[in-house]
Structure formats: C-alpha cells, structure tokens
Design a protein around this ligand. Structure first.
Ligand SMILES: C[S@@+](CC[C@H](N)C(=O)[O-])C[C@H]1O[C@@H](n2cnc3c(N)ncnc32)[C@H](O)[C@@H]1O
Length: 268
C-alpha cells in the first residue's frame, strides 16, 4: 500500500461505532470488518475473523430465495416431518442463522445443519449462533461438502425417515482461479482463498456437491446456489442430464443464482 487510504463514510462509521482509532485503518488494505470484527447481515450483527469470508449483500438475496421456497417445501414435506435444510460452506453461519430466524417466524418445523471444511470458520459460526439465539435449531459440523453429513447427523432420528435433505443452500467458493489475482487487495490479500477459489472455471466444488446431492437430496428437494456471473444457463448445461437448472441474475451485482431440482420431477 503506497498511499494513505481514504476512508469511506461506511468505514468511518464502523470504526467510530466500535470505538477504534481511524489510524488503524489508514495504513492497511484490510477490510474494515476484520478490524472491527463485526458485519451486519440481514439486520443481524455477526462476528467475523480472517478465517471467514465477510458475508456479502448479494447473499442476502440467496436467503430470500430460500424463504420463498419455505411454504412449498413445507407442504410437500409430507406433514409431521421436520424440514431438513443444509447450508454448505457455512463460513460465519450467516445463511444458516438468518434462514433459521426467518423460518422460525413461519411456524414450519425445520432443522438446519451448517457444514464447513474449516474448523476455524465453524468456531465463528458457533459463536454467532450463541450470540444471536442458541435456541435456533442449527448444528454446525465439519464436513467436506456433504461427505460427512450422514455419519454425523442421523436425519432419520431428526424426523426425516428418508434420511434425505429437503433444501440445500450453498454459497461455495466460485471465483475462477485465474481471476483471484486481479481481485481487490482487500479481498485477495485478506479473505481466505479457501472461501474464494472455485478452480479453473469456478465450478469445481459445485460439480462435487451436485454429484453427492444426487443421492442425498429428497425427491422433491431443491438446491439454491450462489454462482459467478460467468455461470450462465448455457455454462450450467453440463448438469442438465441429472438436474433441472434455472439460473437467475442477482438484482444487486455481479452474481448469479442457481435453482436446481431432480430432473425427473416438476420444479416446485
Ligand atoms: C464463499 S464462502 C461462503 C461463506 C458463507 N456461507 C457466506 O455466504 O458468507 C465459502 C465457504 O465454503 C467453505 N468451503 C470450502 N471448501 C469446502 C468444502 N470442500 N466443504 C465444505 N466447505 C467448504 C469455506 O471454508 C468457506 O467458509
């Protein structure tokens, strides 16, 4: 960093809010959220550390998509069953906790499992749950995508006789590797690459997840993905032999969302 940083009004406000001297931000490219340790996501005050991605405003839209699915999933989920939701790559727990807060207001029986390969991220997610509402039905578990889910969580005992998932929400690393080096310094030098790099075309983890989900998603289940802007309907065609795929553009900026369900069934 050559020149002193010019702080935005948001950055100044955040520093003042948490009583931190502005000087601490002037000689670094670090995101203000890693200095204060806080970020606001859908009105929730979440703790963040350099072990987790700072939740982005566009991901709030992914949560809204999940909430829009709740009523239909609730009805299809043959009464008396607890809707099983999985947040893959949970990071700070932003998606799991905000979906749980919204679903609990809708009177639907549900259980959320937040999965991450990073133990440090899971520690932050657990602190966030503790601070926000430890009674929300969420467990955070270490797993490589869905690989260890069934070993660790007996969905059958949790009220799901098929032992399957009804809704998978995933904001996985999706940035194509070659683009990482041209990201803003505040991202590439400070945020965990484990949370950013999606392999050559950004779809490495999505491919793996969809393979695992063939067996683990219930027959009426849905998958909601946050994706890169280059992951268009055409690009996602490779998944269409197994999945019904609908790509929508974010109304905010720079990302797409994917809504997927098993191919042989009507979309919910
Ligand atoms: C883009 S971040 C999203 C974090 C959070 N869900 C959010 O929206 O703010 C992706 C997360 O996926 C996790 N991750 C990366 N590879 C994974 C894998 N193979 N299995 C599970 N989680 C993984 C990273 O540790 C990171 O927390």
């Amino acid at each position: 960093m050559l020149n002193k940083r010019i702080l935005t009004p948001y950055e100044k406000n955040q520093m003042l809010k948490y009583g931190i001297n502005l000087e601490e931000l002037l000689n670094t490219d670090a995101p203000v959220e890693y200095i204060t340790g806080h970020v606001e996501f859908l009105g929730l005050d979440l703790l963040v550390s350099p072990s987790v991605l700072i939740p982005r405003i566009e991901t709030e839209e992914l949560v809204e998509l999940a909430v829009n699915k709740s009523e239909i999933l609730g009805k299809k989920n043959n009464h008396n069953q607890i809707l099983q939701i999985v947040d893959v790559g949970t990071g700070s727990g932003a998606i799991a906790i905000s979906v749980a807060k919204k679903f609990s207001k809708l009177g639907i029986a549900f259980q959320i499992t937040g999965l991450d390969i990073s133990l440090d991220a899971l520690e932050i997610a657990r602190i966030n749950l503790q601070n926000i509402n430890p009674k929300l039905p969420i467990s955070f578990i270490k797993s490589d995508l869905l690989a260890e889910l069934n070993d660790r969580v007996n969905l059958d005992k949790l009220g799901n006789p098929d032992n399957s998932i009804d809704l998978i929400i995933a904001n996985l690393p999706y940035i194509p590797s070659a683009r990482i080096k041209i990201l803003d310094n505040s991202v590439k030098d400070f945020e965990p690459h484990l949370a950013l790099d999606g392999g050559p075309d950004g779809l490495d983890l999505v491919r793996k997840l969809l393979k695992q989900a063939e067996e683990q998603l219930s027959k009426n289940g849905e998958i909601l993905l946050e994706l890169d802007i280059t992951h268009t309907q055409k690009k996602m065609k490779e998944f269409e032999n197994k999945w019904k795929v609908k790509i929508i553009e974010s109304s905010a900026s720079g990302v797409n969302f994917g809504i997927l369900s098993h191919k042989n069934l009507e979309c919910l």
